[in-house]
Design a protein around this ligand. Structure first.
Ligand SMILES: C[S@@+](CC[C@H](N)C(=O)[O-])C[C@H]1O[C@@H](n2cnc3c(N)ncnc32)[C@H](O)[C@@H]1O
Length: 264
């Protein structure tokens, strides 16, 4: 999609994100699970957004850094109660400028990893996360599982209709590249607001291959944060990867922001 870059999603969704997606997953169960996996160490959230998860994590006493490419999303986070407890970095999550060997856990929630829309960015992200993690640190990715029969080609549907507003959702799926390009078309008396989004989805097996190429092994896979075992047919997965090898030599080194450097 022409002109669509790392900051585009957030810039087009920041004003509605909490209303539309605030309850998209179980925040309390996620926070409990993430804290358990980090075992008291510092955490990095990729695509931290408006702080839906990072703020409750910080409230739980966790040292947390959030990276996001969208100033509008980060402004929303900062404006919230408890937002100042999260260290923020405005950057592309493919190359988060963080200290090497620092974090106990890095996570990307709710399909956020698929916001990296090309192979190279996804590979760089894994490699740079490997650098940012302490030895035996964990990378957790939460994503949808593409159905075995394949996703539909796309189409147009109605997201919401009220007396003064209609939100239509249009999408186009390319199975060859595993890309979905979409628009939420937000129509009201104020005019038409286009809200574009693009995802490059991966199967769990493809994520496993990316992980093993960058020094990770799959430690666990669950269907949700309540601990439901993952099985064929599950709609979502939470994949926990453990750093067991060394990061690839070509991964760029972080610029040194650890748990206390407020940036962006
Ligand atoms: C679906 S939202 C998820 C926000 C938050 N993690 C949550 O669960 O509510 C995806 C977030 O990733 C950010 N994002 C998308 N592409 C990015 C990139 N390349 N680098 C950094 N952030 C990115 C967006 O700005 C947005 O805040």
């Amino acid at each position: 999609m022409d002109g669509y870059g790392p900051g585009s999603y957030g810039e087009h969704f920041a004003d509605v994100y909490d209303d539309w997606y605030g309850d998209v997953s179980d925040v309390a169960a996620t926070v409990t699970g993430v804290i358990e996996l980090a075992a008291g160490g510092p955490i990095l959230e990729l695509g931290v957004g408006t702080g839906r998860l990072a703020i409750p994590l910080a409230a739980g006493g966790v040292d947390i850094v959030g990276v996001d490419a969208s100033p509008a999303m980060l402004d929303r986070l900062r404006a919230k109660e408890g937002g100042s407890a999260v260290t923020l970095i405005e950057a592309d999550m493919a190359e988060p400028p963080v200290a090497a060997d620092h974090f106990a856990l890095v996570f990307a929630a709710f399909n956020t990893f698929f916001n990296l829309t090309d192979d190279d960015a996804q590979r760089r992200c894994f490699a740079n996360v490997a650098r940012a993690l302490r030895p035996a640190g964990r990378l957790v990715i939460e994503g949808f599982v593409p159905p075995s029969e394949g996703l539909s080609d796309g189409g147009v549907s109605v997201r919401t209709i009220t007396t003064d507003r209609a939100v239509l959702s249009a999408s186009q799926h390319d199975p060859a590249t595993q890309m979905i390009r979409g628009q939420h078309i937000d129509i009201s008396a104020a005019g038409i607001r286009m809200r574009p989004w693009v995802v490059r989805y991966r199967t769990p097996e493809q994520l496993d291959a990316l992980a093993s190429a960058t020094g990770f092994s799959l430690e666990a896979r669950l269907a949700d944060w309540s601990g439901t075992p993952w099985s064929d047919g599950a709609e979502n997965h939470i994949s926990v990867y453990r750093l067991t090898g060394s990061a690839p030599a070509d991964a760029p080194r972080g610029r040194g922001i650890g748990g206390n450097g407020q940036v962006g």
